[in-house]
Design a protein around this ligand. Structure first.
Ligand SMILES: N[C@@H](CCC(=O)N[C@@H](CS)C(=O)NCC(=O)O)C(=O)O
Length: 300
């Protein structure tokens, strides 16, 4: 068991839940409210994230690309171990918490579920508004802003169709490969990852962005996995049929994203590498592999 039941930790922490065939299952998020579509008062809402986490990364990207960095606070947890994410220093959490689960208990003393990042926290009402990254991205996108929409109405059906494919086979597919406990579950996941990469490489022929001719939420989904692929998923998750850099158009998309204003500041390559290497279930010694690294200049 790896979750809280009625506000108490149940058993040993493990990185995942499984189905009976050794395949990794991701549980639905619990807090699912929405923000009102008005520019929030600065300091009221806060994102709790971790540099490692791709789901948290897309909320950081939405906050940055929508020009909301002055309005929505951000707090980084660094290590994930027994009893959830820990903050490097208590000051990283506005309430002086050492661990993320304390925030969940502040929102609901009887919380039942996994304790995950990202969390969108409402300081005024002392509650978790939402802990599902796709919904947080969509609600940040609806806030008034001069920045272009990440989900422009006419493109939403195509964005959502890509999002579903990206989530199943790639964003979550790499985790299914990394956390599989049977050969069959691992093989199925890895084949799915690389089949989709082949399809994406073909789709990006003559295009800069996945949908339409602008950066959308679909590109965020592709990017958060692309950024982690060579440095974490290739080695630690054994997604090693090819490196990201061996796909010319996917590599060009990765470089285009990092060069886009507002993206590089959401990336921390070293913290991300250390974060994945610290998951003892897949890397018992905790040694951080020196390579491979993505072939691009990103802040370390
Ligand atoms: N559905 C969530 C999933 C988030 C998620 O799985 N976060 C991971 C980190 S990448 C986590 O916090 N895991 C801790 C745990 O499951 O105990 C979302 O997309 O927001």
């Amino acid at each position: 068991m790896a979750r809280m039941i009625d506000g108490r930790w149940e058993g040993e922490w493990r990185p995942t839940d499984e189905d009976g065939d050794g395949a990794f299952l991701r549980k639905p998020s619990v807090f699912r409210d929405a923000l009102p579509p008005v520019r929030p008062e600065p300091g009221r809402y806060h994102l709790f994230v971790a540099w490692t986490c791709p789901w948290a990364h897309r909320t950081l990207l939405a906050r940055s690309l929508k020009g909301l960095t002055d309005v929505i606070g951000v707090h980084f947890a660094n290590t994930l171990s027994d009893h959830s994410w820990a903050f490097e220093e208590r000051s990283a959490s506005p309430h002086g918490h050492a661990r993320l689960y304390e925030l969940y208990l502040r929102a609901d003393p009887h919380y039942t579920g996994r304790v995950t990042v990202p969390v969108l926290w409402d300081e005024a009402e002392q509650r978790i508004v939402n802990n599902e990254s796709s919904e947080i991205v969509a609600m940040l996108d609806r806030l008034p802003s001069d920045a272009p929409r990440l989900r422009p109405d006419p493109l939403v059906p195509e964005i959502d169709a890509w999002s579903e494919r990206l989530y199943g086979a790639l964003n979550n597919g790499v985790y299914q490969a990394g956390f599989a406990t049977t050969q069959e579950a691992y093989d199925a996941a890895v084949v799915g990852v690389f089949d989709l990469l082949d399809q994406l490489e073909a789709h990006l022929d003559g295009r800069d962005w996945l949908v339409g001719d602008q950066l959308t939420e679909a590109d965020l989904r592709l990017f958060v996995t692309a950024f982690r692929f060579d440095a974490a998923y290739f080695s630690l998750f054994r997604c090693n049929l090819k490196r990201w850099a061996e796909y010319p158009r996917l590599q060009a998309h990765l470089e285009r994203m990092v060069a886009h204003p507002g993206v590089a500041e959401t990336c921390n390559l070293d913290a991300m590498r250390r974060g994945y290497a610290s998951v003892r279930a897949i890397n018992p010694t905790g040694i951080v592999p020196r390579g491979p690294l993505p072939l691009l200049h990103v802040p370390s």
